[in-house]
Ligand binder design. Structure first.
Ligand SMILES: [Zn+2]
Length: 79
């Protein structure tokens, strides 16, 4: 699970981008931390970079396929 020390660096956000799963090998629509919804492994990635492929790590049949979901958005252009 992603963790942090100083809560003032994060803000809760209900944007729909946090509800969408992305296939392995797809381009990450936003920079940040993505979680595999099958096994809960997390990765950090830049916007537009390619999410790890299905061969990135092994799942049991119960975990299903790799599905990447944005869990923390990284703001590259703060106002
Ligand atoms: Zn996984």
């Amino acid at each position: 699970m992603a963790s942090y020390k100083n809560a003032s660096y994060l803000i809760q956000n209900n944007h729909e981008a946090f509800d969408q799963d992305h296939a392995p090998g797809a381009a990450a629509p936003y920079a940040g931390i993505y979680r595999c919804m099958g096994c809960h492994r997390e990765i950090g990635i830049a916007s537009g970079h390619i999410l790890p492929p299905q061969s990135h790590h092994a799942h049991t049949s119960a975990q299903g396929s790799i599905r990447w979901r944005l869990i923390v958005y990284a703001d590259h252009n703060p106002k």
